[in-house]
Ligand binder design. Structure first.
Ligand SMILES: O=c1[nH]cnc2c1ncn2[C@@H]1O[C@H](COP(=O)(O)OP(=O)(O)O)[C@@H](O)[C@H]1O
Length: 323
């Protein structure tokens, strides 16, 4: 779960673009496992022409903001520390015209509304006291549908597939939720999909109708807690959560979202794939919507799919990819 260390020099805007108007934008990704800042630099060749991306500065802190549900001011401090980086990176002459936004994802969707709002309101205070431009609704929770759609647009835009019939589906595995999104080509898929899993939008003069579904609680970390039947209150009593997925003699502890969970194998001595599989199956049975078309569609998988594939040597690490 280590985030890449930032190399600020390699992502600063290049001198060649200095003759153009430089535009900055600051985006916070408040994920369930960490808060990340992206400071983008664009240039524009002429007024009204599209922005061209020059570089990005990236930094992250752990745990995610939602871990500060009971200490919203402390959560906002984490945002403030990242914002300092933006003040160093963006020239002061541009501060007032540089927009600042924060989008929170599944960690926030799982919080009771008053706690989520408490955190967002502390972040708004930090934003409003910053020298940057704070647009209306700049601090909000992204819903699962938008999270799925934005990931799909990003992958298909970056791989040059946005136009035509050769788009790829996206599988995004976060800490607290997971999203599956694709462009259905079969009428049967559209007929059997509930309306809430179909999203239409306009982009670059085309209309897209995507299948997108977000499963809250089935991100890597939340699903792990579900398999262990773990809860914060029981974890605080220092009880050990046991699973047949672990070797019987194993005892360990795991910190997620500021809470320490003790875990271990069962004293009955039983362990192994089949027992573990049925424990995991229990948390997904009846919850998944699966359409036939995805069996024959190409998908790109990222986030924790990528991290875990690297960890288990299924793929090599990508050294040149963007964070
Ligand atoms: O900008 C990004 N590009 C690629 N992967 C990212 C980016 N931001 C977060 N991730 C990946 O997302 C995963 C964590 O998801 P997150 O904490 O956002 O969960 P959530 O979406 O359930 O709130 C990690 O694998 C992390 O590396």
């Amino acid at each position: 779960d280590t985030d890449p260390a930032p190399d600020l020099r390699s992502v600063l805007p290049s001198e060649v673009n200095s003759k153009y108007n430089t535009i900055y934008g600051i985006v916070f990704d408040a994920g369930s496992t960490g808060t990340r800042i992206h400071i983008y630099t664009f240039h524009q060749r002429a007024a009204g022409s599209p922005l061209e991306l020059d570089g990005e500065i990236f930094e992250s802190v752990k745990p995610g903001l939602s871990a500060y549900a009971n200490q919203p001011e402390k959560g906002a401090d984490a945002v403030l520390s990242l914002l300092q980086l933006a003040q160093d990176a963006v020239p002061s002459s541009h501060w007032q015209k540089t927009p600042l936004i924060l989008k929170a994802t599944a960690g926030f969707r799982l919080l009771p509304v008053h706690q989520a709002e408490g955190l967002l309101s502390e972040v708004r205070k930090v934003f409003n006291s910053s020298p940057f431009l704070v647009p209306e609704n700049s601090v909000t929770i992204l819903d699962g549908t938008d999270e799925g759609i934005l990931a799909w647009i990003t992958v298909n835009f970056l791989t040059g597939r946005l136009h035509g019939d050769h788009s790829v589906g996206t599988l995004d595995l976060g800490g607290a939720s997971t999203q599956i999104t694709f462009l259905p080509l079969n009428k049967a898929t559209l007929d059997e999909t509930p309306q809430e899993s179909l999203a239409s939008f306009e982009l670059f003069n085309s209309t897209y109708r995507l299948y997108t579904r977000s499963y809250l609680g089935l991100g890597l970390k939340e699903a792990r807690l579900a398999v262990l039947e773990a809860s914060v209150s029981v974890a605080q009593q220092e009880q050990t959560f046991r699973s047949h997925c672990f070797p019987p003699a194993l005892n360990g502890s795991w910190v997620f979202s500021g809470v320490t969970y003790r875990y271990g194998g069962h004293s009955d001595g039983l362990t192994g794939f089949h027992l573990c599989y049925s424990e995991v199956q229990r948390i997904v049975v009846g919850k998944l919507h699966q359409v036939e078309e995805i069996r024959h569609s190409p998908f790109y998988a990222f986030s924790y799919y990528y991290d875990r594939a690297v960890d288990s040597s299924l793929i090599g690490e990508c050294h040149v990819c963007a964070a």
